[in-house]
Every structure is written in C-alpha cells, then in structure tokens.
Design a protein. Structure first.
Length: 195
C-alpha cells in the first residue's frame, strides 16, 4: 500500500510540475519579445507573445485610411483565399493601428464588420504611440503623421513564423497575392504543422 501511495504521489508531483512549467523562451530575434500591451477590436488586451504558436501575417494600418490600408486588407484576404481550408485554419492575421488616438476598439470593429473579417483568425488592434514606434521599428515599417491627420507609411505584409520571427515580407498589394510570398506562407504553414 505504501508503494502504491508513493507511486501516486510521485506521479501527481511530476504531472503537476510538468503542467506548471513555463514555455521555452522566445528566440532573441522574435518580435513577440516586446512587452507592450495591445487591445483588439473587442476591447481585450493582449501581448504579442500571447499569439505564439501559429504563423501569422502582420501589417500596420489605420482605419480612416481611404487608399492604401484597404489594399493591405485586400492583400491579407488574397493570401487567405489562396490557401486550403487546412492552411487557412493555421494562419492568423494581425493588423496593428498606427493611429492610436483615433483607432478605438469601436473603430477597429467597424472595419471588421465592414470588411467581413473572420475574428477567429483576424485581429485588428491598437497600442499606445510608444508601442507603435517599437513594433514599426521591429517590422521595418516607416510611418509619419501628416498635417492633415493622414499618415505616410510603408505598406507591407509581413510573415512571422510560430515563434514570431520574420520569415518574409511583401509590398505587393491587392487581392492577387505575390506568388513568391504566397509560396513562402504555404511552406511556413507546412513546416509549422509538422511540429
């Protein structure tokens, strides 16, 4: 009986220890290392590291943009539509506003509804100005607020692997995906699925 009790206690201890172990540290070149807080279209806060585990497309945009930012969304949708259902299920898309003063969760949700974005995989988000500067620098996005309230900015869609490392980027915008970028997305999804 003592042996059985000891075995049960040992297995409970080992299981409890395994369940409370911290995940492995992020790679040093992961953009998910930043500690800024983001807020999504539902008003929920998150850290980029919370999104670890799936490849994702990331872009900076702002909701009042009338020209380039809608094309950034079209680019994400174009990639999305070119994937198989299984591939699509394993890809997340994150759009981060460069206009935190105006892009409230309500403004983000307006775009979600207007563009019919699937919020199980698409996240529109905002952070503070410091957070925007940090993520923009990490992603190689340049932006500048103009006198009329619009932004001049780099228009790029960036592919991160499941650990938040930059794999590829494209500045080809529109609903027809850049074929080289699309092939890299598919390859990254395939290698992530094998883990």
């Amino acid at each position: 009986m003592k042996k059985l009790l000891f075995a049960c206690l040992l297995s409970f201890t080992l299981f409890g220890h395994a369940a409370t172990q911290k995940p492995a540290p992020l790679p040093t070149d992961s953009v998910m290392q930043i500690s800024d807080t983001f807020t999504n279209q539902d008003g929920r806060d998150f850290k980029l590291s919370d999104r670890r585990g799936k490849p994702q497309l990331v872009a900076l945009f702002y909701t009042s943009c009338k020209y380039i930012c809608p094309l950034i969304i079209d680019s994400g949708k174009g990639i999305d539509n070119a994937l198989t259902p299984a591939e699509r299920k394993n890809l997340s898309i994150l759009l981060i506003s460069m206009d935190p003063a105006r892009d409230t969760p309500e403004a983000l949700m307006f775009i979600v509804n207007k563009r019919k974005l699937d919020t199980t995989r698409w996240t529109l988000s905002r952070t503070d100005e410091k957070g925007v500067r940090t993520i923009a620098a990490l992603l190689g996005i340049r932006y500048r607020l103009l006198a009329d309230g619009e932004f001049n900015h780099t228009s790029a869609l960036i592919l991160l692997d499941a650990e938040g490392r930059i794999v590829a980027r494209t500045e080809t915008l529109g609903s027809k995906p850049d074929p080289v970028f699309l092939a890299t997305v598919k390859k990254t999804l395939a290698s992530s699925a094998k883990r």
